[in-house]
Design a protein around this ligand. Structure first.
Ligand SMILES: [Zn+2]
Length: 121
């Protein structure tokens, strides 16, 4: 705690985008427009698609002997939680749901076409 010993600059913070000193209560940087709510520049990163949502949908389509289906269900749930917690900063909710649905259909066919015939034997 060697810097600011005088204690006069307690109400400013350094902008992570442009490194200018701005008001500590500021939600948007007055120099560059950096948005503290979405933690990014305006417009560009407000809806970055969740990578897990994309992975979930792709795996749901790929199926790969039900490995993709099971992973699609897991990734879909994780992606939906991630999107919910990001408070609008993350997109891809539709893709995560698509991945979940495809995954559950895959798991359902696994039960219908593999487990049921095995149990019926
Ligand atoms: Zn800035």
């Amino acid at each position: 705690l060697t810097e600011h010993e005088s204690g006069t600059d307690q109400h400013t913070k350094t902008c992570p985008s442009c490194a200018e000193q701005i008001q500590a209560e500021a939600l948007v940087c007055r120099f560059c427009g950096y948005d503290y709510k979405t933690q990014g520049m305006p417009g560009s990163s407000s809806t970055s698609t969740s990578g897990l949502a994309i992975a979930s949908m792709v795996l749901g389509i790929l199926w790969i002997w039900w490995i993709g289906s099971v992973l699609a269900v897991i990734f879909g749930h994780v992606a939906l939680n991630q999107i919910k917690q990001s408070d609008g900063a993350r997109g891809g909710r539709g893709m995560a749901i698509a991945g979940l649905v495809l995954g559950y259909i895959g798991v359902a066919t696994l039960i219908l076409f593999v487990l049921v015939p095995l149990l019926a034997l």
